[in-house]
Every structure is written in C-alpha cells, then in structure tokens.
Unconditional design. Structure first.
Lengths: 452, 1079
C-alpha cells in the first residue's frame, strides 16, 4: 500500500509537474514566441524573407532533415563556436550567406528558442488592408459639406424661379381672361424698376444686407489670403506620420533631428530612413511599394543586402524631391532650435504643427485644430497654448510671443538678464507688473528678431 | 595746441567751389526729373486716357489678388546620404591657405551646406589674421561663370583623355628630339608642387627648365642681398618691433611683399596706449594707403628713390652730400635720420624699389642701424617671390626668338603682365606646344594651344612654406564646380607618375600627405589647424659687404634720368589684375582716390592746373576746373613711354609729388575679348557692354605695358610723355557723396606727445562738445550730451545693449571690412553708372578725410596762383601734401535715432537692445529716414538688382553660379526699400541663441560683426555695453573715446577712438607760428 502509495504519489507528482511543464511551455510557446522573435531576431531576420540574415521559416525542419536537429540550440546560442567546431555541415553552408556574423544569443533558453521557431514556422504574411490608411491628399470635409449647401441653395433657387414663373403665367392668364392683356411696351427692366420704387424699403434693406454680407465675406477671404491651413501637398512617397509617430511612437526629433541644432527642422535625409528600412522592407499599410521607393533613391539593393555602387565605388543615389508644406516668406527668419531646445523655448512640436501623429503626409494644421488639441488632456499636459490668428501668419507668431512666459531662473543666461533687470527698478516694475515675464517683454515683438 | 585743422573730403570742398556749394545744399544728388517729365511734349501723343488707366489698374489689382490666392509649390531636396558634419542651416568653418602668387594668407572659410560663403584671416598663422581686400573678395571668384569647364585645344572644347594623350606625346617627342621644354610659373612656395615639377623635369630630361615669374617683382631685393650677404634671399621683416619705420615707396600695408602680415604687425605698433608707438616716415610719389597712414610724408620722384636712400645713409653717417631732392624732403630726411639713430636696432628702413642699387643702400642703412637680427631676420627667409627677372627676360627673349619648343604656363599671365606681352603672345601661338593651366581663357591661355584649367584654390589640396619654418596647408572647401583638374595632377599625369582620375583624385593629395609625414606631423591635426611649425636650416649669410660706392654712383646717375613727367605704376585694391572681373573689388572704392570701376592717372592738383591750362579770374571756380570727375567728366591724357601708349582720365590727387603721375596696375584686362568674367568690361547705362568697333571695352588700361626690363630687373617707373586729349571721360567717385553739412566734430585727432603727457586730461585733447547756456542770467558751458529732447531710451540697463568701438588710430583704411560686410549682408553691387548717381549701396563706407592747417589769409594768394603766379610756392598748400585720416562710417544705431521718428510706417524702430532695426517688408520707400540721418549711412534700394537688366553683368545675384555666394541668413532686398547696417543682427541672434542653449551668460567673444571679425588690426570691437566687463564698455569709457557728431544729440551706440599721430608737438606749434605770422 505504502509502496503503491509511493508510486501513486510519484505518479501524481510526475504527472503534475509534467502538466505544469506542458502548461508553462505552452504559455511560453503561445505568448512569447512573437515577442522573443521581435526582441532578439527581428532586427536581422524575417520569418519568410531573406534580410540581413536568412529567412527563418523551415530552418528547424531543414536541420532536422540533415540530422542536425539537436544542434539548433547551440547554433542560436553560439554560432561562431558551432562553425568553428566543424560539427555542423549546415552551419558551414550558411556561414557564407552574409559578411555579417550572427550575434550570439546565449541568453536564450532552449524553451525560448523552441518558442521562437514555433512562432516563425507558424507565421503567415499578414493580408494587406485595402485603401483606408494609405496617405491620400485629402479633399477637405468642409469643402464637401459646403458643396451640399450650394446644391441645396441651387435647388431652392430653381424652385423659387419656377414658382415665380408659374405665378406670373397664372396672373397673365388671369389678366387675359379678365380682358386686360399685358402691355407689350412694358419691359422687364421697367417692371423691376417700378417694383423697386413701390417696395423701396424692402429694396434698400436687401441691398444693405447683400453689401454687408459680401463685405464681411470678402474681408474674411482676404484675411485668409496667404494662409494655407490644411495644406497637404502630395509627395513622392506616401509617408505616414500616423504610422511612424503614432503607432510606432518614434520621437519627432529622431527623424527631424536638426530641429534642436539648426534653424531648419529639415526633411530627413534618406540615410535616416535606412536606419530602420535596411531591415524593414515591408510596411503594414502599403507593403513593399512605398519602402521600395526609399531603396530606389538611396540605391539599396534588397536582395543583395548592399548599396549599388558605380565603378569608382561611389553609391548610385537619386535625390528625392519633396513638396514643402510649411512655407514662410523669405523675409522671415524662423529658427526651430530657438523654439524647441530645452534651454530656450522648449515648446512641443504640436504647438505649431498640431497632432502630427494623426496625419499621414505632412500638412499644415489649422489654428482651430491646434486649439482643439490644446483642450485635450494630452494637449494641456504638453502646455499647448490656444491662439486665435490664422496659422503661419505674423499675428499668430506674436500672439504666442505675448502669451508664452519665460522663467528667469531657468538657466544662467536668463539669470544674468534677471540680475540686470533687478538693477533697473523702472524696467522691473514695468515688466513684472503682471507677475510674469513674457517673450514679448524681453523683445519678442521687435522687428529685427525675425526680419533681417 | 591751438592749431586748428580743417578736414575736407575733396579739393572742391576745401575751397568751397561754386559747384560744391551747389551740390552740398541738396540732400540727394539728382533731382527728380519732374519738370522734364511734365514738360515732355511727347506726353500728348499717348493714347492712354484716364479711363484706360483705370481699367488697367482694375485689371492689375484683380490679377494680383487672384495670383496671391494661389501658393506656389516649393520643392525641397534633402541630402540622400547626409555627411555627418553637415547640419543644414549651421555653418562649418575650415582652415585653409590663400596663395595666388601675389598674396598669401592663412584663412578661415565659412561654409554653409558645403558652399564657401565668407572668409576671414586665421589668427595665429604666419599672417596673424591679416587680410587684403583681394583675399576677402576671392570667394566670388570661385563662382565666376567664366571659369573653364574642361580643357581646351586650340580654343575649342576637348576632353581630358584627348588632351592628355596628345600633350604627353608631344612632350615625349620634343624631349626625344632634344627640344627645350620650359615651365613658366608664379613663385612656387609649395614643397609638394616643387616635387611635382622636379619629377616632371626628371622624366623629360635636362631640357626642362623651370622659371619663376612675379608680375610685380622683388628681384632687386634678392640680388642686393646676394651682393651684401652672399645669399639671394628675401628676409623676414618685423614691423612689430620697429619703433621708427622709414619706407621709401613701399606700400607695405596693402601691397608690398606680405601685406597681410605687415599690416597686422604695423597695426600693433599704432595703439597709443601701448608702451610705445611707432613713428612712420614715408617717402613716395603717389599718395598710397601706407603713405596716408604715415606720421611724416615726403614727396619724391620715382627716379629719386635711390637718392633718398643715399641721402638718408649719408645723413646717418654724418657725411655731406649734394642731391636733387628738394629742401622739404631733405629736412624730413634729417629728421628721420635723427629718429633712426635714437632707435638703433629697433628701426626699419624698407624700399619698394626693384632696383638692386637702391636696395643695397637700404641694406647699408639697416646694417648701419644694427637692424639685422632684430627687425630684419636673414635667418628665416621668406620663400615668397622667387621670381628671377633675368631668367624671365631670357626666357621671354628665347620664346620670341623661337628657341623654345614647349612652354607650360602655371599661375601666371605673362601676355598681360610682361612689358612685351604682345610680342610674347604672338610667339606663344607659334610654339610646338604651349599649355596654360589658367582657370580662365585669359590673355595667355587664349594664345596657348592647350588650356588645362586648374581648380580654384577653394577646390584644391596644396601646401605652402611662405617663410622658413612655417608649413601651411590648403584644403578643398567644395567639390570642383567645373570639369577642371589641379595643375599639379596634370603634370603628374603627363610625366607618368599618376593616372588620370576624376574630381575625387588623390594622387596629389598623397604627395602632400607624404610631405606632412616627413615632418613627423599628424595629418588630421595639420589640416585642422591649417599650419604647423617645422624645423629648417637657416641660410649661412656673410656680414654686410655691399658695394656702397658703386650703388651711390649708380643711383645718382638714375636720378639724372628725369623729365617733365615721371610715371610710376603702383598696385591698388586690384593688385596685379587677377581679379579684374570681381565685381566686389571693382566696386570697392580705392582707399585714397575713392574711385570705383576705373583706373586713371593720378596727378598733383597744382600740376593739373598747369596741364589743363586753367586760367580763370575766380579762384574758387578754378578749382572746379580740375574736376574730381564725379560732377563733370575728367580730362583725358595720353601717356607715352617708348612705344607704348595709354589713354586714361586724369584724377587730381592731393599729396601726389609734383611732376609725377601714378597709374594703378591691374586694369585693361581682356583687351582682346578674352572671357575672364562678366564684370571685366565697361557697361553702359542700359546694362549692355559698351562696344568700340564691335569689341567690348575693357575697364581702364594695362599699365604693365609701360614697364620694362632693364639689366635683368623689371622696372615699373620712368620718364613719360604726357599730352592732353580733347575728349573727356566720366569717373565714378564716392568721394563727394553725402556731404557732412559743415559739421566738423565728426573726426578728432591729437598727437602722441600730447596724449601721453601726464599733465593732459581727456578734456584737453578730446573735449566734449559744449553748448553755451544763458540760464539764470549767467553764462556757462554745458555738455551737449546733457541736453536731450527725449527721455533716455530704456536700453541703458535692461538686457543687452549692443555697441561698437572703432579705433581710428590703428585703422589703416584697407577696406577689408567693406568687402566683409558686402559678402555677409548680400549687399548689391550697382556698377559705375549708379555710383555716379550717388546710389552706391555700401552699408559700411570708409570716409577718407584730408586735413591741413587752417589759414584764413590764403585767398589773395590763391587769386595770384590761379593767374599763374606761383611765387608763394614755399607756403603750405593744403592739397600739396595733406595728412589723411580714415574713418569707417556705418549706421550708428542712435538711441535717439532721427530716422525712426520720421518714418511714416514705423519700418525703422528701436529695439530693447539698442539696435536701430530696419524692417524691409514694411518699408514703403519714402526716404525720409535717409534725409534725416546725420551720418548719411542709409542706402535706398533703387532697383531689383537681382533681375533688372541694367545689372546683368555686374550683380552677383544675376549669375546662376555667383548666386551661390549669397548668405542664406540674410534676405536679398528688393526695390524700393531703405537698407543699412544691421550690426549683423543675424550674428547677434545666433550668438544669443548659443548662450541660451548652453545656459550661460553671453560673453564678449560670442558676438562680432562681419566687419570687426574680418578686420586684420582688431580696430573694431563689438559687444554688449551693459556687460561691464565687455571690451566695448571699456573702450567707450576710455580717454580717446568720442562719438561722431556728438552735438546733434542722437546718442549713437558707436564710439570712435580718436586718431593719435606720432608727430612732434613742436612741429604743430611751428606751423602754428607760421600761421600766426600771416595774421
């Protein structure tokens, strides 16, 4: 009985631990294969395509078929060692695949390696969603809605004219019936004139209304001349900020890196794109189509994993032409670094560019859009200020200069300015009357700050 | 010290001639041609009525409105593969060296996105940050569209492969047949280039000879030193150690040997606050820039150069002598000798003569004074100016006689610059092989059978040893713009030591790397620093053994060969003419004459009187008769020397020695329609080239034609025949623009003795302007600065207050600041015709004031003189030998700016930081501000210089290539706005941002204007006046500080440091006594 018990207990323990093992490994398999692959392998390998390293799907099977299945773990953990030991024919064959040696992944356990291969072997290429998110130069919603109004207004006008015509015909018919036919000498103009004289008050009211309305409309339109909010020019490449800055959460200043160093934020040079797209050849939205354009311009041959070079060893490159979205006049000097550097303006990009992570191609946001963003939690956390003037106009710039405050204790530079202010009670009291120091008060409204 | 000096900008101002008085009452030189327009009968012929006009206007408004609704699509092309060191929008600075056979300097180049756009001297190099205006303007030459794009064969386009194979073949053939191959080059100071030439010579046998040629030669010094010290060397001169400097016709500040270094050295001795200040004597014929800076200036004829040296030597040794020099000069020589003796071993005598005998005498003087080893260093000789005139003459004769088979010309333009250039050019085209490496199809290149264009210096690798022990490197700033190839590589390819490669070729670069390695230097650091000290062996020199007797006899003989007129050819801003097509240089007013876009004959005003045959009863009007040429065209004379004949306008230059004329080098380029650049030819009022017999007319005339070979020396002066021609010729001269309305407190000066006398106070030599107050019944004097119509501007205490201080004592008027400002601020070039209309656009101008002791009793005497009676000749004549003062004048950024109050649209306003801001896009062009400016520094932009046809050959913005030189940080102004100095606000903003980013207070070294940055002598200090430690604050409180036109009460933010002359107080008093005697 005891023995039985013992066996029984052992059996139970064994089966329990087996179950636990199965459970744990199944958890590892199910949950971590993808994650592990992304974390450790994806920078060089694609499951179904050759990249910096060869495609991984079917590799395990191939090894097993070659009778080297048990060497898989060693291969992953210490590829150079395995190659050096000469145990594996397969390793020898694959070693010359690329000049880049595989990084040893010694920290992975056998279970994790199994999990990765399970994921890789089960991997199927995702099917592409059609349309939808592909960057398209938008026709604005407002325009389409205002078009509807125009159509309705047109229809109403037709109805009015028709009804008026019918009414006139009826009154003619009535007049004819009553024996007073229409005087042929009276023209339409005269009719209108006499109507105007008779209903002079209505006419004047109408005239004034029309004049005022068109005046206001003209004013509004004139004010918007040179304001290009919602301008989203088409580009050679259907780049999506939504994908990169939104989903991938890449920092603006990773690509527009000169924003903190120069007056230009800059359109990123293609070598910046290649930091990722040397490996990422296929997008989730447009597949290889758009990314292939980068490779075409930068002269990268995906299948050879190398740059195309001419006989002198220089890369064959093709500059990419972009259409600029944000255009300031030539007589305006604007410096990005002045505004975004942490020791100076330290302003979030969205203050002027809006929630870029929701756009596809680069576009000019509208003031209203930025104001709406400022009201969100995220916007207020980032300190976005609400402004009233149209975007990229001088009024808009100086409105912000009047609102933004400067912390005179923030850096050594401002401390020095602060000290000098302290020596001038007049200036101090003038500037600190409202208990704050704005950009304007330190000269942010002066012409030569931006015009020279 | 009650001597009163008067200051005048020109002769007509000095004499208040009718023409001048008339002109000075007008604000703008030209009236608007209103009467002319309304009185035009042709107006009636127009069919356009009022209604039509309204229709056109309505249409235009509608069209403009519609057009403005549509935004243009702006393209942008980023780098495909951005170089790591480039950040778009941020400038990179690189060291390099400038050497063109005429000037040498270590420089720092500013590049933006890979384009060189500005440069300045590199402090600490051999040239210590020194510059000439030529070097400052050299950036524009890089973008000259006339540069050759690929090699030429018989003036037709060819390819490098074809040219290489045929030249190599011809060289081999000539060499195999024992023919002679000659290389004629500028002075080679590059060890690597020398190696290339040597190996070229080796591969083509002993028939190869290399001759070095300097268009403006210093061979006389070398052979004199050979005679005196046994070595044909050019010693190092140390002007910074010389307490007494005597220069005989040597313009060492701008044009003599290494002016880049000497101007800095000299400038360091001109600050009166230092322990000592040098005293400078100048003996010369033409009033040069150096002569203008001298404390004492004597006038000699070119033939008397040697005799002046002899007289000085005899005076020093106490020997009696007779000479042809006039009494005044002899007196001055006596005085100079006294000073020299007092400073034995710390004095320096130099001569600009290329005559061996003169230089032997100068050596004898320096030897007598014990200057060798102190101010003159024979142990570290210069490698510059190796030219051997005798060998050049031999080669030229050989070429003309057909004894040479192949000639390779590198870095020289002998057809232009040789005395017999024309004959040489004709012979050149008959040679079996003639090759030029010129960047342009210039005078020489167009006569050569092959032209293999060299890179510009900004595209090349090279190395130089300008002086023993100093190794400088030249690195490319930009990839070659054209299909050119470095000359050294061409030679290497032909001699088989390198294969032809493309623009990225490294074969010559490898040679330089070897050279660097041979010194044991690190390559990267050497390139980074731009120069390195290297060890060298000093030449072994004898003690002085010159034949003084022989030299004396020969200079006396020279002095006898004089005539009614003696000419001397001299260098001005244009140098030897390499940059004749550089519009910036052409538009830079000559430092002394202030003439732009022309050359001319300079003549003493008293000679002008006689020569022009002026005889009028009105003495004042008579002065108008000699014509400064701005209001009335100048007289034209023909100069004849042997067979050569030049036709040039005559410019009356105060200070010119009587009986002499001067003509600057460097003009008359492209006589035979060679394509050397758009701006090298005269342009008419319509912007088209002026044509004469269907040919473009060059600017000025080539004075090299008057030079000659004499006993193996190049001679640039001699006897000339002068005849007055019937015609007249207009000159453009910024001289008479912008009158100062009789306000004389604009310049101030004093003497060193008075300044350094412990008993004198600031009020004695730099008195403030006072106003007489009769308040409370009494009479008192109150400082003008204490009165003001306005409240203090708040800039005094808050934040920054930008200020500038300009030292008039060390400013020598060289004009580098003007070019630096032009380049930095995209100032348009306007051309001769517009300058004649007083529409020059220089934001910074260099005012040149002549001054003389005032003498009220002169009128009678003048009346006599104009009638031809010169019997009072020993009286001081103001324009005979005036003293000169240079004053950089730019926007003073007045705190109470008169321009700001009159602007109807608030386009010019004052900033919190003391800047007088000019907002172009707000300006409507009323010009009220220009009218109200007491300094006349505002410039009205009359045209769209960047696309109006009148400026197509002149303005850099109209050339697709030259446009690359524009500074992207400064807007290119359009027509109809006022513009002026902004204190380089782009630099101020950048400096503030740098300090802000680094989170530290702004310091003095952060910010400097382009003019101050480029100034070789650090005359301009700039900074934050509110910072108590800033140099500008200290300067503004110094004893020499004053503000121009203080009495006007505009409270400028620029302080001038008054000029201190190192002249004896007695001398001023003495002339004062003379002055008293007349009263």
């Amino acid at each position: 009985m005891k023995i039985k018990n013992n066996w029984f207990r052992k059996g139970i323990y064994f089966s329990l631990s087996f179950l636990l093992f199965i459970f744990i490994s199944s958890v590892v398999f199910a949950q971590d294969g993808k994650k592990l692959f992304k974390a450790n392998c994806a920078s060089c390998h694609n499951p179904i395509k050759n990249a910096t390293g060869p495609k991984l799907q079917g590799v395990k099977e191939k090894l097993i078929n070659a009778g080297e299945g048990d060497l898989l773990y060693e291969w992953v953990k210490n590829p150079a060692g395995l190659y050096g030991s000469g145990k594996s024919q397969q390793a020898k064959a694959i070693w010359n695949y690329s000049p880049t040696a595989m990084t040893a992944q010694g920290h992975l356990s056998n279970e994790e390696i199994d999990a990765i291969f399970a994921y890789v072997d089960a991997y199927t290429a995702p099917t592409l969603p059609t349309g939808g998110d592909v960057a398209v130069v938008s026709s604005s919603k407002e325009e389409s809605s205002s078009a509807i109004w125009w159509v309705i207004a047109g229809l109403l006008l037709i109805i009015i004219v028709t009804v008026g015509g019918i009414r006139r015909q009826l009154s003619y018919a009535l007049a004819e019936k009553e024996g007073s036919p229409k005087d042929p000498n009276i023209s339409t103009g005269m009719l209108i004139q006499s109507w105007m004289v008779r209903n002079w008050f209505v006419f004047v009211l109408l005239l004034v209304t029309v004049l005022i309305t068109s005046g206001v409309e003209l004013g509004n339109r004139a004010y918007k001349i040179g304001v290009f909010d919602d301008y989203q020019p088409s580009q050679t490449i259907a780049y999506s900020h939504k994908l990169h800055a939104g989903q991938m959460d890449i920092d603006c200043k990773y690509c527009h890196h000169s924003a903190v160093k120069s007056k230009h934020a800059g359109i990123p040079s293609l070598n910046v794109c290649m930091n990722c797209h040397k490996v990422v050849h296929e997008g989730t939205v447009s597949g290889t189509e758009e990314i292939a354009k980068i490779h075409e311009h930068v002269g990268y041959n995906v299948s050879k994993q190398d740059y195309n070079k001419d006989s002198d060893g220089n890369r064959i490159e093709k500059p990419m032409v972009w259409n600029k979205a944000h255009n300031l006049p030539d007589h305006v000097f604007f410096s990005h670094q002045q505004h975004v550097h942490e020791n100076t303006g330290n302003i979030d990009c969205r203050q002027c560019h809006g929630p870029v992570e929701t756009y596809t191609l680069g576009r000019v946001a509208s003031t209203e859009e930025i104001n709406a963003y400022a009201e969100t939690d995220e916007g207020s956390e980032k300190g976005i200020v609400q402004l009233t003037k149209p975007i990229l106009t001088m009024g808009w710039c100086i409105e912000c200069h009047n609102k933004k405050e400067i912390d005179l204790t923030s850096t050594g530079y401002y401390e020095e300015i602060h000290n000098r202010l302290k020596n001038s009670p007049d200036a101090m009291s003038r500037i600190l009357k409202d208990k704050k120091v704005t950009v304007k008060e330190l000269g942010g409204w002066e012409c030569a700050k931006c015009h020279y | 010290m009650s001597v009163k000096k008067t200051y005048w900008k020109g002769i007509s101002e000095k004499h208040q001639t009718p023409e001048f008085v008339n002109a000075s009452s007008k604000e703008f030189q030209d009236d608007l041609p209103v009467d002319e327009f309304i009185g035009d009968e042709g107006l009636d012929q127009f069919k356009t009525g009022r209604r039509d006009f309204l229709k056109f206007m309505g249409f235009s408004i509608a069209a403009a409105t519609l057009a403005s609704c549509e935004a243009p699509v702006i393209k942008s092309i980023p780098y495909v593969n951005k170089p790591e060191e480039v950040t778009p929008g941020v400038a990179n600075w690189y060291t390099t060296s400038f050497y063109d056979g005429f000037d040498f300097a270590n420089v720092l180049i500013k590049t933006r996105e890979g384009r060189p756009i500005w440069l300045k001297g590199l402090k600490g190099g051999f040239t210590k940050g020194g510059m000439t205006s030529r070097i400052a303007a050299s950036i524009l030459n890089l973008y000259n569209g006339a540069r050759l794009n690929g090699p030429l064969n018989n003036n037709e386009e060819s390819s490098w492969d074809k040219v290489d194979s045929s030249i190599s073949k011809k060289l081999t053939d000539i060499s195999n047949n024992g023919g002679s191959i000659r290389i004629l080059s500028k002075s080679i100071v590059s060890p690597s280039t020398q190696k290339v030439i040597d190996s070229f010579g080796n591969s083509f046998g002993e028939n190869v000879q290399h001759v070095q040629y300097d268009s403006v030669s210093y061979f006389g010094i070398r052979i004199a030193n050979k005679e005196c010290f046994g070595q044909p060397i050019l010693p190092s001169y140390h002007f910074n150690k010389a307490k007494t400097i005597v220069s005989i016709n040597a313009d060492f500040i701008t044009n003599w040997i290494v002016p880049t270094k000497y101007s800095v050295d000299y400038g360091s001795t001109r600050k009166p606050e230092n322990d000592w200040m040098s005293r400078h004597y100048q003996f010369e014929s033409v009033l040069s820039l150096t002569g203008s800076n001298a404390d004492y200036r004597g006038q000699i004829k070119p033939s008397q150069e040697g005799e002046t040296a002899l007289a000085l030597l005899n005076e020093l040794k106490g020997k009696a002598h007779d000479s042809s020099l006039n009494e005044k000069t002899l007196k001055l020589i006596q005085k100079a000798a006294k000073d020299l003796k007092a400073n034995m071993g710390s004095s320096l005598v130099v001569s600009g003569s290329n005559n061996k005998d003169t230089q032997v005498l100068v050596n004898a003087i320096n030897d007598y004074l014990g200057n060798y080893g102190h101010t003159i260093d024979l142990a570290t000789p210069l490698h510059l100016f190796n030219g051997d005139d005798a060998k050049v003459e031999q080669l030229v004769n050989d070429v003309i006689a057909g004894k040479v088979d192949a000639l390779l010309v590198y870095g020289a333009n002998p057809v232009y610059s040789l005395p017999n250039g024309k004959a040489f050019g004709e012979a050149l085209s008959k040679l079996k092989l003639s090759v030029s490496f010129s960047e342009y199809a210039d005078e020489t290149a167009s006569k050569c059978s092959y032209v293999c264009p060299d890179h510009n210096y900004l595209e090349s690798w090279n190395d130089f040893i300008p002086v023993a022990g100093h190794y400088s490197l030249q690195q490319p700033m930009i990839r070659p713009l054209f299909n050119t190839r470095q000359a050294q590589e061409s030679l290497m390819v032909w001699s088989g030591s390198a294969l032809r490669d493309d623009k990225e070729s490294v074969s010559y670069n490898n040679l330089i790397k070897q050279q660097v390695a041979s010194y044991g230097l690190d390559w990267n650091w050497s390139v980074h620093d731009g120069f390195k000290a290297v060890s060298f062996d000093s030449p072994i020199v004898n003690s002085f053994s010159g034949d003084i007797v022989n030299a004396s006899n020969s200079v006396k003989k020279r002095a006898l060969s004089t005539g009614q007129w003696e000419f001397t050819a001299y260098s001005n801003e244009l140098g030897n003419g390499q940059y004749a097509s550089n519009a910036w240089l052409q538009e830079l007013p000559d430092a002394v004459t202030k003439v732009v876009w022309d050359n001319y004959i300079t003549m003493a005003p008293s000679d002008c009187y006689k020569f022009f045959g002026i005889n009028t009863d009105n003495p004042k009007a008579a002065w108008d008769g000699i014509h400064l040429a701005q209001e009335e065209p100048a007289f034209v004379a023909s100069v004849k020397v042997n067979d050569a004949n030049l036709k040039l306008p005559v410019y009356p230059l105060p200070g010119q020695a009587a009986g002499t004329i001067g003509i600057p080098f460097g003009y008359g380029r492209g006589e035979n329609q060679e394509n050397i650049g758009r701006s090298a030819y005269q342009v008419g009022e319509d912007g088209e080239y002026l044509l004469e017999d269907g040919k473009k007319v060059p600017i000025g005339a080539n004075v090299f034609k008057l030079s000659s070979f004499n006993n193996g020396e190049l001679v640039y002066s001699g006897v000339a025949e002068l005849s007055l021609l019937e015609e007249k010729y207009p000159l453009a001269c910024t001289q008479t623009h912008h009158t100062i309305m009789g306000r004389e407190s604009i310049v101030k000066e004093t003497t060193l003795d008075f300044f350094s006398d412990p008993h004198t106070k600031k009020e004695d030599y730099n008195p403030p302007h006072v106003l007489h107050s009769h308040a409370e019944g009494g009479h008192s004097e109150v400082k003008a600065t204490e009165y003001s119509l306005w409240d203090e501007h708040p800039v005094e205490h808050v934040g920054h207050r930008w200020g500038m201080s300009i030292d008039l004592s060390s400013c020598n008027g060289c004009g580098v600041c003007i070019i630096a400002c032009h380049t930095e601020n995209n100032v348009p070039v306007v051309g001769k015709d517009e300058v004649r209309r007083s529409r020059d656009m220089h934001w910074l101008r260099m005012d040149r004031y002549f001054s003389s002791i005032e003498d009220d009793n002169r009128n009678d005497w003048e009346a006599d003189r104009t009638k031809g009676d010169f019997s009072y000749a020993n009286l001081e004549i103001p324009e005979e030998n005036p003293s000169v003062l240079f004053m950089p004048m730019l926007c003073q950024h007045c705190n109470h700016a008169p321009c700001e109050t009159v602007c109807p649209v608030a386009a010019t306003t004052h900033s919190n930081e003391g800047l007088n801001m000019m907002t172009y896009n707000r300006c409507i062009g009323t010009r009220y501000c220009g009218n109200n400016c007491p300094y006349k520094v505002r410039r009205f932009n009359w045209f769209n210089y960047r696309d109006y046809r009148k400026f197509k050959h002149i303005n850099q913005a109209q050339d697709e290539m030259a446009r690359l030189v524009l500074n992207p940080d400064v807007v290119v102004r359009s027509r109809g706005v006022m513009e002026k100095c902004s204190f380089c606000v782009q630099g101020i903003q950048e400096a503030k941002l740098r300090a802000k980013k680094e989170g530290r207070p702004l310091v003095d070294s952060d910010v400097i204007c382009a003019c101050g940055d480029a100034c070789p002598n650090d005359c301009i200090s700039f900074g934050d006046w509110n910072d108590k430690d800033s140099s500008v604050r200290k300067d503004s409180e110094s004893d020499r500080a004053y503000q121009a036109l203080e009495e006007v009460g505009v409270k400028p933010n620029i302080w001038y440091q008054l000029k201190v002359r190192n002249i004896d107080q007695e001398q001023l008093v003495a002339s004062n006594q003379v002055h008293d005697e007349h009263e």
